[in-house]
Design a protein around this ligand. Structure first.
Ligand SMILES: NC(=O)c1ccc[n+]([C@@H]2O[C@H](COP(=O)([O-])OP(=O)(O)OC[C@H]3O[C@@H](n4cnc5c(N)ncnc54)[C@H](OP(=O)(O)O)[C@@H]3O)[C@@H](O)[C@H]2O)c1
Length: 269
């Protein structure tokens, strides 16, 4: 084994993770190997990420100690069939595959093997180095391994260790939630366009306001309701909007949507 990190599948999320790792200086691109089934995808990974590439998942295992599994759930079984016999106890497998519990990997690797497994739930803002990722592991993962995983994950955003039983909730609050935020930004921009603002400018105003508001929650440590009250002056414009949001069930709609997301996530495993 001569390389530090291996990636099985090098699509959107793997590329974001590799970019973060290299940008943060955690590893050099030439210390990373990635597998992809098509020559076109391998060429893309080689050109854009400058990593070693291969068409063999088994070769990734032969080359690296820490291996990220970054394929879609539909091809996971094929991949596990290819690698399960070659997996060794000292290797660390880090899966980003949504909805697949650690116990599934343990079962597929076989009980006679003692394979270290970490499971991640990242989100798409990882693509720009600003993700939120939940991390959980099986009991074989050492503190040193966990620190390695956290260092890697923090190269493309924030990360926290979360018990696996909360991963369906994580799916609702950070995995899927960029979609709800994009819908909010789109709706805010549409209303601004209706008010006469050019569309491109409306997206900038809406998106920057969402970013700034989120940053204010994170950096001030103040309760979101407190920050909301701060914007609402007596008989003012903001409280008029807040009253309509309450009438339309804004908070209840968000909570119901997240509950539907969590339940759907549970159904998938
Ligand atoms: N995107 C998100 O927001 C998000 C968030 C959290 C978790 N995830 C999880 O991340 C995983 C990857 O998602 P993604 O968006 O990065 O998908 P993606 O862009 O489709 O990447 C998957 C890559 O794996 C390749 N692949 C297919 N079969 C393979 C095989 N047998 N061996 C090696 N590589 C193979 C695919 O090649 P082809 O395209 O040629 O098939 C593709 O390049 C998924 O399991 C998803 O659940 C995604």
């Amino acid at each position: 084994m001569s390389l530090r990190l291996g990636f099985i599948g090098c699509g959107n999320m793997a590329s974001a993770i590799i970019s973060g790792i290299v940008r943060a200086g955690y590893a050099q691109a030439d210390e990373i190997i990635a597998s992809e089934p098509t020559a076109e995808a391998r060429d893309r990974a080689k050109t854009t990420l400058e990593v070693h590439v291969t068409d063999s998942n088994a070769y990734v295992l032969a080359q690296a100690r820490t291996i990220f599994i970054c394929v879609k759930p539909q091809v996971l079984d094929t991949v596990l069939d290819e690698i399960k016999d070659a997996a060794q106890d000292h290797q660390l497998f880090v899966s980003i595959v949504a909805g697949v519990p650690i116990s599934y990997y343990e079962q597929r690797f076989g009980i006679s093997k003692h394979i270290k497994i970490a499971r991640l739930m990242p989100n798409t803002p990882a693509l720009i180095g600003d993700g939120m990722t939940a991390v959980c592991t099986n009991s074989l993962v050492t503190q040193g391994d966990l620190q390695e995983v956290l260092s890697i994950v923090r190269s493309f955003g924030e990360a926290e260790v979360v018990p696996e039983h909360l991963f369906d909730t994580v799916t609702a609050v950070s995995g899927s939630s960029p979609a709800y935020i994009f819908m909010l930004i789109e709706a805010m921009a549409d209303a601004a366009v209706a008010g006469g603002m050019p569309r491109a400018q409306a997206y900038r105003f809406a998106a920057q306001t969402v970013r700034g508001s989120a940053q204010l929650v994170l950096s001030s440590g103040r309760h979101p309701a407190d920050l909301k009250d701060m914007v609402c002056s007596p008989a003012g414009t903001t409280i008029a909007a807040v009253r309509v949001l309450e009438e339309k069930g804004f908070r209840s709609a968000v909570m119901d949507a997240m509950e539907a997301c969590r339940i759907r996530s549970e159904e998938l495993h």
